[in-house]
Design a protein around this ligand. Structure first.
Ligand code: SF4
Length: 229
């Protein structure tokens, strides 16, 4: 096993999107208890080499040609920045004249070396799932020394200097951030980060939906409150 994997091409806002995962297995700086990919053996926030990268880059080039994709979305099994070929991947896509959207949990966006890579992308997605330090440590189980305060300030720092479209995805999770106090906190965080677009999501993975899912009515209420600030 190794190399990149792809989702079937789909249309979003009239554009055909090619979604590519550039990590052969989970490599993340967090180990969230609700991670859809599963448990991480080792958490990582430095770059490393993966097998089959040359052939994967050639394959990506072919896919771009064959699918006539209009946007390439790098959405990986974990944190895409840790693939040491990410810069080449972004350059390859940009070299074909196509826009790139990069998904990150957002923690590394404050680090210079990763910020430079993200700055080359037309769209960057960062996310938020919990709003207290305790929940961050317990539910997202990040690398030792990470804090929620730094997490948010990394995204704030990034977006202050970023010229592209910053998309902030907030997942509403029952028992973690669905109460009024949390919603007020999230509003403040949105104001601090000042994203270009907000996406409100909820746990839709069947394994976690029963325990962490939000009923439709409450989800609509929270979405309206957060999207209309
Ligand atoms: S940040 Fe995303 S990929 Fe990483 S452990 Fe959490 S849910 Fe999984």
């Amino acid at each position: 096993m190794g190399g990149f994997s792809y989702k079937d091409i789909y249309i979003e806002d009239g554009r055909s999107v090619l979604e590519v995962n550039i990590l052969p297995e989970k490599n993340c700086n967090f180990d969230c208890i609700f991670c859809p990919i599963g448990r991480a053996q080792n958490k990582v926030d430095t770059q490393k080499s993966f097998d089959k990268m040359d052939s994967s880059l050639r394959e990506l080039e072919k896919k771009i040609e064959n699918t006539k994709a209009e946007l390439i979305f790098i959405n990986s099994k974990g944190e895409a920045f840790v693939n040491d070929k990410i810069d080449d991947i972004v350059d390859l896509i940009k070299g074909r004249g196509l826009p790139v959207r990069l998904f990150s949990n957002g923690y590394l966006l404050g680090k210079d070396e990763y910020m430079k890579i993200a700055n080359k992308c037309d769209e960057v997605v960062g996310e938020l799932k919990v709003v207290t330090e305790e929940d961050f440590q317990k539910a997202q189980r990040p690398i030792k020394g990470y804090t929620l305060v730094e997490y948010i300030s990394n995204m704030v720092t990034f977006n202050k200097q970023y010229k592209g479209k910053f998309i902030f995805e907030i997942t509403i999770i029952r028992g973690y951030n669905d109460d009024e106090k949390s919603i007020r906190k999230i509003k403040n965080i949105i104001n601090e980060i000042s994203p270009d677009k907000i996406i409100i999501a909820r746990m839709d993975d069947k394994r976690f939906e029963k325990k962490l899912g939000i009923p439709d009515e409450r989800f609509v209420e929270i979405s309206n409150a957060l999207l209309n600030i």
